[in-house]
Design a protein around this ligand. Structure first.
Ligand code: M6R
Length: 359
């Protein structure tokens, strides 16, 4: 069933290209995004979007918030479900409440959906499991089509969630006419090239296998990035924590100087996301500061970085969104290979369950 792969997680990383293609199927033409499952009336009178989720799905939601504000020009906020439940949030009827879940069964997320329904809000779920509790409860559903995900560490579900959010942000841009048709068409072309850009290159995988040996012992990891690469940094750190049991944090690159840089020494590993098309110079100078304080640096970038101890070269993509997807594969593989070297059970990490139905 693993089809020759060592772990389901590895198989699922390799499957991302095809499940993203499935997720795009019938939804993206040359001219527009189509969601047959959505009634555009769902968005009537909506001035704000609130996204709510846990874990990796929360990171996908954070990524979405950048896209909804940038492309759809809709005010967006993001909530951790287990926090949202217990405060007394203000919910107004002009807010669309969106929950994101691979399983559709996560207890905390499900409860927030009930809260939103009780408050009279319109609700939408982005989910990978048809007929799950959240799908049955929400007003509308978009399915992610990632197929069954067996690895506890989510990979292909995240990839399809971000793909759906990118499509949805353009769908909203069409409805609200917040982007010129020409820009939408450019974005659609980029969307169609995600499957090619997440195909795992054997040379990149081999390089990551080799360099992973440097990162087995140390006192911690910082994954750093700016803009949407910040949620990707959070996701990279979560992946590594889950399956390697090493301490890792995701940080916005610009925040390092406000405290965390005090930890820098050769045993502090920085995984730096340095896309070419988004704040490259600013991000680079943050990494230089860490390098000057002797942190061991692994740069993930299409542009060679001479201050890095290791360099994972990505391709020259046309746009930062495609760089996001390529770097996503790189951080997933890095976590996988570190965990394999440490001899851990990648698919069944200790203390974790695939679906968290307890509160
Ligand atoms: O099924 P859900 O997307 O609601 O699950 C949420 C989290 O439990 C899940 O993403 C968890 O963080 C994963 N193990 C991450 O790899």
């Amino acid at each position: 069933q693993k089809d020759g792969y060592r772990f389901f997680m590895e198989k699922e990383i390799y499957e991302q290209s095809s499940v993203i293609a499935d997720t795009l199927l019938g939804r993206v033409t040359e001219k527009e995004v189509i969601f047959e499952e959505l009634d555009s009336q769902l968005f009537d009178g909506i001035n704000e979007i609130k996204l709510c989720a846990c874990g990796t799905s929360y990171h996908a939601a954070l990524t979405a918030s950048y896209m909804f504000e940038r492309y759809s020009k809709v005010k967006t906020s993001v909530e951790i479900a287990s926090e949202f439940r217990y405060r007394e949030p203000i919910m107004t009827a002009d807010t669309l409440f969106v929950v994101i879940s691979q399983s559709g069964e996560t207890a905390d997320t499900l409860e927030t959906l009930k809260m939103a329904k009780n408050a009279g809000l319109k609700t939408l779920v982005i989910c990978n499991v048809d007929n799950s509790s959240m799908v049955r409860l929400a007003d509308a559903t978009i399915l992610t089509r990632a197929g069954v995900e067996k690895g506890v560490a989510s990979t292909k579900a995240f990839a399809t969630q971000v793909t759906v959010f990118w499509m949805l942000s353009l769908y909203l841009a069409q409805l609200k006419q917040s982007l010129m048709q020409e820009s939408i068409e450019k974005q659609l072309e980029l969307l169609r090239s995600i499957p090619a850009c997440v195909k795992v290159e054997e040379s990149m995988h081999e390089r990551i296998k080799r360099l992973s040996k440097r990162y087995l012992h140390g006192h911690g990891f910082f994954f750093i990035g700016r803009d949407i690469f910040f949620p990707l940094a959070l996701e990279g750190a979560l992946k590594l924590k889950e399956i390697s049991y090493l301490h890792a944090e995701g940080y916005p690159s610009g925040e390092m100087k406000h405290g965390p840089i005090a930890l820098a020494d050769p045993e502090l590993f920085t995984i730096a996301l340095l896309p070419e098309h988004l704040l490259y110079e600013k991000s680079r100078s943050n990494v230089e500061e860490l390098s000057a304080r002797d942190s061991t640096i692994c740069a993930i970038s299409p542009i060679e970085f001479d201050k890095a101890d290791d360099f994972i070269e990505t391709k020259n993509q046309k746009d930062y969104m495609l760089e996001f997807f390529e770097m996503m594969v790189a951080v997933q593989l890095l976590s996988l290979e570190i965990s394999v070297r440490l001899g851990n059970d990648v698919d069944m990490p200790r203390n974790l369950a695939k679906s968290v139905t307890v509160e």
